[in-house]
Design a protein. Structure first.
Length: 202
């Protein structure tokens, strides 16, 4: 019996569907975010991460009821405790506000410090060693409030301006999208360490 010329294309249809679901759709979403606020194919406006909308309350919620020792639990970030992750979020936002890096001496053989920016991170963390978790959370709330105010005062030209980013030179707006992702990732590091999963959709 002669087969229809559509037999094999129809037979392979499920494979085409899974190819789209598992590869093409995720790739398209990444492309849309990478190219900014406009859908690169259909040219529709796309939502993007907004640093003004990062909910610090979701971060603080993790710490309610933690025992003092929980702050010292190790996380997936080599060499960093729960407290160190929070201090890192505070320190980067503080630097973006123009605050100087604390002058703190560090050993030369820290295995998880591999570049100058890593040493800067570690200097901030070391400067908080003797400070209470209450102070750390107060600084987190304060620095996020100041950064929100600063970002709210910026216009589109400011966000389009050339800037340093961890991925290389790009716009300040791209840098802020990276910042939101970085804060969310460290939130997940903390959640994993203390056994409080959640907020997994960014």
């Amino acid at each position: 019996m002669r087969q229809s010329r559509w037999f094999w294309p129809a037979f392979g249809l499920p494979g085409y569907v899974w190819l789209g679901v598992l590869f093409l759709v995720p790739f398209y979403v990444i492309l849309a975010v990478a190219l900014g606020t406009v859908d690169p194919i259909f040219r529709f406006p796309q939502p993007v991460w907004n640093p003004l909308e990062w909910n610090v309350g979701a971060f603080e919620f993790i710490f309610e009821g933690l025992a003092p020792g929980d702050w010292d639990l190790p996380t997936a970030c080599p060499g960093w405790s729960v407290k160190d992750n929070v201090v890192h979020v505070v320190s980067v936002e503080a630097m973006l506000l123009g605050r100087p890096t604390p002058e703190v001496a560090l050993p030369d053989d820290l295995p998880h410090v591999r570049n100058d920016f890593g040493r800067v991170n570690e200097q901030w963390i070391e400067s908080y060693r003797g400070r209470s978790t209450t102070e750390v959370l107060a600084d987190l709330r304060g620095v996020i409030a100041e950064r929100r105010a600063a970002l709210a005062g910026m216009d589109q030209a400011d966000f389009d301006a050339e800037s340093f980013t961890p991925a290389g030179p790009d716009s300040y707006g791209r840098f802020m999208r990276v910042r939101v992702m970085d804060m969310w990732m460290h939130e997940q590091d903390v959640r994993q360490a203390v056994g409080r999963p959640g907020h997994e959709e960014g």
